[in-house]
Design a protein around this ligand. Structure first.
Ligand code: MV4
Length: 502
């Protein structure tokens, strides 16, 4: 087993990984940028090494500085978390060349899945359903494309082969838009990825995003850990995730799970990964989209319903241990939902909100988990993702989980920055969500028709200023009494002030 692990990340995920290390008795090393010198992840680790200024390029994305820090601290493994270098095949390879263990899949698996054209060909070969379309050569002009596109039928989606996560995509509805759509997608792909290759697919409109967690060891054992429904998202940013998906039947779950395992095995996958599908709610046909070769933000819902600690096992299989469980060991117990609490303003175009957290009280109770990287007094800066916390609940069934989430969101007190908490409540209350009918375009469609946002427009910004001033006073009072800020204070003025916000 490893003697010491460096965590090449920040915020809630760094702290989540440190908890697993602590349980395994492995000391941890944090790395941090200028902006993070007082961050919680730095205080949570046994050791911390400063790696550069606040811009990610100079710190959390700097491979050489991170590897040097691991060497300096005498760590023998690096956990990349998600984002940053987690899906960078060169980083995984460099870590291995430095005689350190990358806690994740092989560099080859990362590379194979990073190229959407290559991965699609491999998936087809492995019998995994993919969206009808084509990839490859002969795409020089739209004249050459026209006959092939006619065969697929409009609407089509043009994607960058080097893309992923929705970057560089264009929907084309008719032949008259084809050349413009292809040319602009090609320019954008070249600009963003330095690679102008494109994929062309039938556009599956109004689909659900259903992904499967997979997990394997380095001895060929690989299972799936069921699905996560992630359709509540806006501009490719997920907002709410849950498991089980309200849409899947046991038969469909088996088919998709088997396809996910086949997809992972086709690239010799080990460690934690996620196979993304789109699911057409009318035909219940599903199609492979891409595989994310990392631990995902929303992994806690899977941990709740399967009882498996994914990070714990990531570390054990990375050290060469066998994964002792087979598929039949796992079942889904109850229902779990995750809400991403962002420091952003839904009433102002979801603009990120920065500042000092004057008050930060997380909900607690049976079936409630909060993964966060902040505490009262923490600074939210514009350098990093505005995710404040992940609020995850687990209950016996979906209606009870929704109620538990609503109650927990009501108890979550954040002052000093604007949050999306009221917006999350509005989604949870919406009949489309309650009925499990949300598709990937739902937030944008409902925001455009204004039914979700209208209640926030009225919320005058003056109230926030007043609230922040009051919170500042409260915090100073609390500090002088040395009150544990993790204990909700039943007499807090925030219990009353929160009435403003409804
Ligand atoms: C699609 C699609 C519809 N039809 N492909 C978005 C990100 C990338 N993973 C691929 N994506 C999509 N590919 C076809 N042929 C719709 C999406 C899509 C989407 C997929 C998953 C989650 C959210 C999404 C939001 C918009 C579009």
């Amino acid at each position: 087993m490893f003697k010491k692990i460096l965590i090449a990340n920040r915020g809630e995920i760094a702290i989540r990984i440190m908890r697993a290390c602590k349980e395994l008795g492995i000391p941890t090393v944090a790395v941090y940028s200028d902006a993070d010198k007082n961050a919680l992840h730095v205080q949570t680790a046994e050791e911390a090494i400063h790696i550069g200024d606040s811009s990610p390029k100079e710190s959390y994305l700097n491979m050489d500085k991170i590897i040097a820090a691991a060497k300096q601290a005498n760590a023998d493994a690096i956990h990349p978390g998600y984002g940053f270098l987690s899906e960078n095949a060169s980083f995984a390879a460099k870590v291995a060349s430095a005689k350190l263990t990358f806690i994740g899949p092989s560099a080859d698996s990362i590379r194979a899945m990073g190229d959407k054209a290559e991965s699609k060909v491999r998936m087809k070969g492995a019998g995994v359903p993919t969206v009808p379309g084509f990839e490859g050569t002969g795409q020089e002009t739209s004249a050459e494309l026209t006959p092939a596109v006619q065969e697929i039928g409009y609407p089509i989606l043009v994607k960058a082969a080097a893309g992923g996560g929705g970057k560089g995509m264009r929907v084309v509805h008719a032949e008259s838009e084809l050349s413009e759509g292809v040319e602009s997608a090609r320019r954008e792909a070249l600009n963003a990825f330095g690679d102008e290759r494109l994929l062309i697919e039938k556009y599956v409109a109004n689909a659900h995003h259903v992904e499967f967690q997979v997990f394997g060891d380095q001895h060929g054992n690989l299972v799936h850990l069921f699905e996560r429904e992630c359709s509540v998202q806006r501009r490719h940013q997920k907002i709410i995730e849950e498991t089980p998906s309200p849409l899947l039947t046991p038969e469909l779950r088996d088919q998709m799970g088997n396809a996910a395992v086949a997809a992972a095995k086709a690239v010799g996958y080990y460690n934690a990964g996620t196979v993304e599908f789109i699911l057409d709610p009318d035909t219940l046909k599903f199609y492979f989209l891409e595989m994310n070769t990392r631990l995902q933000v929303e992994h806690p819902v899977t941990e709740f319903v399967t009882g498996l600690d994914l990070v714990h096992w990531q570390i054990r299989v990375a050290s060469g241990e066998r994964f002792p469980f087979t598929q039949s060991h796992f079942s889904q117990r109850g229902h779990a939902i995750e809400c991403r609490v962002y420091a952003e303003d839904p009433a102002d175009g979801f603009l990120p909100s920065t500042g000092k957290l004057l008050q930060f009280i997380e909900p607690r109770g049976p079936g409630i988990r909060v993964d966060s990287g902040f505490a009262a007094g923490s600074e939210v800066t514009h350098f990093y993702d505005p995710l404040l916390a992940k609020l995850i609940v687990h209950a016996e069934d979906r209606p009870t989980a929704i109620q538990r989430m609503q109650a927990a969101l009501k108890e979550f007190v954040v002052h000093g920055v604007v949050t999306n908490i009221d917006f999350l409540q509005a989604v949870l209350l919406h009949p489309d969500f309650v009925n499990g009918q949300v598709t990937t375009r739902w937030v944008e469609q409902n925001l455009e028709s204004d039914s979700l946002l209208s209640k926030f427009q009225k919320q005058a910004s003056g109230l926030h200023i007043l609230a922040a001033a009051l919170a500042d006073l409260t915090i100073k009072n609390h500090q002088s009494k040395i009150v544990n800020q993790n204990e909700p204070d039943p007499y807090s003025p925030w219990k009353m002030a929160s009435g403003f916000r409804n």
